[in-house]
Ligand binder design. Structure first.
Ligand code: HEC
Length: 123
């Protein structure tokens, strides 16, 4: 009798565990679809990313490494030479940015990439 009870308990917990696994996957998919990369504009998305993560060093009167990331024209320069994406994606051969903190989250990087692929427009 005891072993039957044990069997049932084991079965129930396996079913519960796999159900929660399915739910986790659903949640991941929901989170993934919550990252909207369809209408990324310089003014609404990219400039705020620069302000939040970059221009405290790369802005003002003496920007770090003499790299100024304030304003579209400056940012576009580093899109075109590959350094904006290279540093932010932590690619080999580039200094990892933002300096001193971790890589930005995947959604932010996906938005940046979508904007670059769409021509890095001043929109
Ligand atoms: C805490 C200050 C700080 C922050 C924040 C920061 N940087 Fe930098 N960055 C530096 C310094 C200092 C250097 C020069 C030393 C080096 O290359 O590591 C540099 C170098 C760079 C370079 C040239 C690196 C190369 O490989 O040629 C680029 C491009 C750059 N940063 C972009 C960014 C971007 C984009 C952000 C925001 C996502 C950012 N940085 C955030 C301090 C910072």
């Amino acid at each position: 009798m005891k072993s039957i009870l044990l069997l049932i308990t084991t079965f129930v917990s396996i079913v519960t565990l796999s159900a929660s696994c399915v739910n986790n996957n659903k949640q991941d998919l929901l989170n993934a679809s919550a990252c909207d990369t369809s209408s990324v504009k310089y003014s609404t998305i990219i400039a705020p990313i620069m302000t939040n993560y970059c221009t405290n060093c790369h802005g003002g009167s003496s920007p770090s490494a003499n790299i100024d990331l304030e304003g579209y024209t400056n940012v576009k320069t580093y899109v075109d030479n590959g350094k904006l994406w290279g540093t932010m994606n932590h690619d080999n051969g580039y200094s990892a940015m933002p300096q001193g903190t971790g890589k930005l989250d995947a959604c932010t990087l996906n938005k940046l990439l979508a904007w670059i692929h769409a021509g890095a427009l001043n929109n």
